[in-house]
Design a protein around this ligand. Sequence first.
Ligand code: SF4
Length: 238
Amino acid sequence: MPIDNDNIDTVLRRVAEDIGDARALTVDQEGRWRGPPPTDPAAYHPGEDADEQAPFRVLISCLISLRTKDEVTGPATERLFKLADTPRAMAGLPAGTIAETIYPAGFYNQKGETIRRVSRRLVEDYGGRVPDTVEELVKLKGVGRKTANLVVTVGHGKPGICVDTHVHRIFNRWGYVATRNPDQTEKALREKLPRRWWIPVNSMLVVFGRERCQPVSPHCSSCPLVGDCPRLGVEHSR
Ligand code: SF4
């Protein structure tokens, strides 16, 4: 049987326990929890103590993180924010300086151009502020829906669902959605997933997807969901 809204609360709580995410067990109805903004965008938890720079930091960190390991993204973001921590300051840096600073992030030259261009747009068209809607954010060239949702949820603490490959794969394996790409999954989840899970679900399933429900040969035999999960599309497991 597919996992559905009858048991999604139980399933996601078991995921949180499995990955040791105690904060996910304390989410309120709006999906808010406390936590400092870390440097890894996938690990961000929106909280009351999130600072004013959080949306810009999440945005830049996401742009750096494309095809780059978390261990590189976090320090690269920190180095860059020591040079410029606002869109206005960032727009004043040469693209080459941004590229040198974020090296060895993948495609650092291209990302240097993108970060400068996005920062300039924020200054010219948005008064130096980062928009808080997916619709506005995706107008920025280089910003996709995944990044936009992460900025809205984690940066601004507003409702949105960030769907990456882990979230897309796992919800389809559960049979909770039947979709072909992350954008379709985001749309389906917006219609179905209880709102309290919208913000935390990304960081939970990123960890669960890396440690338990991997793309190839997931660890089903020791998974706490094995009795409930239909394991759709799983051909080999451990
Ligand atoms: S039982 Fe297997 S496919 Fe289902 S969630 Fe667990 S690891 Fe993933």
